[in-house]
Design a protein around this ligand. Structure first.
Ligand code: HEM
Length: 538
């Protein structure tokens, strides 16, 4: 298939792409030398000892021995698809991002996942689902690395190792299980009551989606959009599935998990293969970019909060269609590397402390998972826009850089002159004013209400959804061995709602405690209920 070539920017050209085919008239070794036999080791006679000089045996087995790479430390199990994002242009007043301009079409790769199970775990477990989208825009890659639940367990990334350690299998037995079915998980989420809201969503029907095609997605954090004239708007991103939001019931999830552990993976691939392309509308809730970054009393920097859609309606800005299955799971679904720091001009971050930690974590973990710093050159991760970075060398460097060492300013390489501050099309951080402050390790007072929003969620549920939630808490807490953990969990529920607490207490055969914080008055938010949520299928 001819020599492999690679452009100086690391883009594969012609023959390098063809290398993936593993085809041709002759079978060869990795060096291209034709093979005579690959079924027998070289031996001293047909029944004699195998010879150390069998270099073909060594190459074949050596490579096999190293076929596996570490699974993701979280979100290890996933399924993905290619597609296209078509912008309606409705966001162009608030963001200058080229891919949000009217009529713009951008190729995307989307990976759905569970969070806690290992790569070989079942699809239908009760868990949060990842919903990560890579937009290959003409201005660089933008990754929207979201979940199917709009709030998170923790408000500060420093607690991420804690919540994941509490949820992963025990160190001694390594028994894989649903996130909720053991003492450590419930110990953590009842001691850290900021986890109450996310946990309640997990115990609702949202924790067991019917299909990846029928899940909402959320960017969770508040982001900052930047318009062409420099004005800024705070936003939350939402994906709305055209098929509506649907869940399994617990018994279905259990049966599907046993009969077909690949239930969601198969469903996604089969639908796309059959031409039933799943679609989502991308939408934004917008909030004025005020110095305090709150909206209707809600702290927009607290990732355990959502903003009810009744207060800030979701405005559609484009359509995502998944229309092509990956051709190689390892090359695409496994090697894709998402990162919340992959941003394009027009989309900026806020001071959410959870987001700040994520900005470090993703690249860091990918250095281990993808063996070195050059994973942006892996085909699935390559930008579709020109790359002229100043990075060099390192493990798995595929690009053949020529000429003078990459440094700036540089009068010797004859390349782009690059004057700092001159490129107005570049990514420019919004000059947000940082308030004068003292260095502290503490959370703001506005992060301390852990029960009003869970209460709103509960009060927004239909009777059957409430029944399911009580059933889920009863089942999962029923798996705990520690009585004190169960009692603490009931105390948390008492602080959300008396009916919820009484239902679970009855199921567990324990007394229902009195609330320790006065219940707050909240309005239900009908959009939180799955009942009646469907979008027209045209
Ligand atoms: C992976 C979402 C918080 C660390 C992922 C993935 C998603 C996701 C969707 C899977 C990406 C894929 O399909 O490859 C979220 C959301 C969060 C959150 C929505 C909160 C709003 C955090 C935090 C940390 C973190 C706070 C660490 C401080 C990681 C790591 C991976 C990951 C290390 C594995 C990435 C890889 O191996 O490529 N996350 N996450 N996440 N997340 Fe998060």
């Amino acid at each position: 298939s001819g020599p492999d070539t690679m452009s100086p920017t690391g883009q594969a050209t012609g023959a390098a792409q063809a290398r993936v085919a593993q085809s041709g008239a002759y079978l060869t070794d990795a060096q291209g030398t034709r093979l005579y036999d690959t079924d027998h080791s070289l031996k001293a006679g047909p029944r004699g000892p195998v010879l150390l000089q069998d270099h073909h045996l060594r190459e074949k087995v050596m490579h096999f021995d190293h076929e596996r790479i570490p699974e993701r430390v979280v979100h290890a199990r996933g399924a993905a698809a290619h597609g296209v994002f078509k912008s309606y242009g409705t966001a162009s007043a608030v963001s200058k991002a080229a891919f949000l301009a009217a009529g713009a079409e951008t190729p995307v790769f989307v990976r759905f996942s569970t969070v806690l199970g290992s790569r070989g775990s079942a699809d239908t477990v009760r868990d949060t689902r990842g919903f990560a989208t890579k937009f290959y825009t003409e201005e660089g890659v933008f990754d929207l690395v979201g979940n199917n639940i709009p709030v998170f367990f923790i408000q500060d990334a420093i607690k991420f190792p804690d919540v994941i350690h509490a949820g992963k299998p025990h160190p001694d037995r390594e028994i894989p299980q649903a996130q909720s079915a053991h003492d450590t998980f419930w110990d953590f989420v009842t001691l850290h009551t900021e986890a109450t809201h996310h946990t309640l969503w997990n115990m609702s029907d949202r924790g067991i989606p019917r299909s990846y095609r029928m899940m909402e997605g959320f960017g969770v954090h508040t982001f900052r959009l930047v318009a062409a004239d420099g004005t800024t708007t705070l936003v939350k991103f939402h994906w709305k599935p055209k098929l509506g939001v649907h869940s399994l019931v617990w018994e279905e999830a259990q049966i599907a998990g046993g009969v077909d552990p690949d239930f969601h993976r198969r469903d996604l691939a089969d639908a796309i293969e059959a031409g039933a392309y799943p679609e989502w509308e991308l939408g934004i809730q917008t909030f004025p970019d005020t110095p305090d970054q709150t909206f209707e009393g809600i702290d927009l920097l607290d990732a355990t909060n959502l903003v009810p859609e009744e207060l800030a309606p979701v405005q559609p800005i484009g359509l995502l269609t998944l229309n092509r299955n990956p051709s190689n799971y390892f090359a695409e679904t496994e090697q894709v590397a998402f990162h919340v720091g992959h941003l394009v001009p027009g989309i900026d971050i806020t001071d959410d402390p959870l987001l700040a930690g994520r900005l470090f974590s993703y690249l860091d973990t990918q250095i281990t998972r993808l063996a070195g710093p050059n994973f942006a050159q892996i085909p699935i991760n390559r930008p579709h826009s020109p790359v002229n970075d100043m990075l060099r060398d390192g493990y798995h460097q595929d690009a053949v850089h020529r000429g003078v060492a990459p440094y700036r300013p540089n009068s010797l390489d004859g390349g782009c002159p690059f004057l700092a501050g001159a490129d107005t099309g570049a990514y420019i951080e919004t000059p947000v004013r940082v308030p004068e402050a003292t260095k502290v390790r503490e959370a703001p007072e506005s992060f301390s209400d852990h029960f009003s929003q869970p209460r709103r969620f509960w009060l927004s549920m239909s009777p059957v959804e409430r029944e399911h939630i009580i059933g889920a808490y009863t089942f999962e807490l029923g798996k705990c061995y520690e009585q004190a953990v169960k009692e603490r969990a009931l105390q948390v529920l008492a602080n959300i709602d008396a009916e919820l607490c009484a239902g679970v207490a009855e199921g567990l055969g324990l007394p229902a405690p009195e609330p320790t914080v006065p219940p707050t008055e909240v309005e239900p938010s009908p959009a939180l209920s799955q009942v009646g949520q469907s979008w027209p299928t045209d």
